[in-house]
Design a binder for this molecule. Structure first.
Ligand code: SF4
Length: 110
């Protein structure tokens, strides 16, 4: 499957029933080592609480915003997304605990 060029493979996977962009990009990034930044609910939550993005923006818009600001690099995308997930699970839950969060130094809406 991963012998198909990344863009063409992404389109093929997105055409399958039940696969949305978050799932497809996770497959491409984590299984295929193909650099597509994954946007998920944690990304929207953290970044919107800091007003770094529009929480209502489309998946493609947000992905473009991230990818246009980052090097096209699998390990960078992998680590960045992992840090977002970790931050959301430990600190930025539905009810945020900002007191010990490493991102508390940046202004947020909370
Ligand atoms: S400082 Fe608060 S709002 Fe910002 S990421 Fe941490 S927990 Fe979330």
């Amino acid at each position: 499957m991963f012998s198909i060029p990344g863009k063409a493979l992404r389109e093929k996977l997105l055409a399958l029933n039940g696969l949305g962009p978050e799932t497809v990009d996770s497959i491409l990034l984590y299984a295929g080592g193909i650099p597509y930044f994954v946007i998920d609910a944690y990304t929207r939550r953290i970044f919107s609480r800091h007003q770094w993005l529009d929480a209502k923006a489309s998946y493609d818009t947000l992905q473009h915003d991230f990818m246009s600001q980052l090097p096209l690099h699998v390990q960078t995308y992998n680590e960045y997304h992992a840090l977002i997930v970790k931050t959301a699970k430990v600190y930025c839950k539905k009810t945020a605990d900002c007191s010990d969060c490493p991102l508390r130094i940046y202004p947020s809406t909370l």
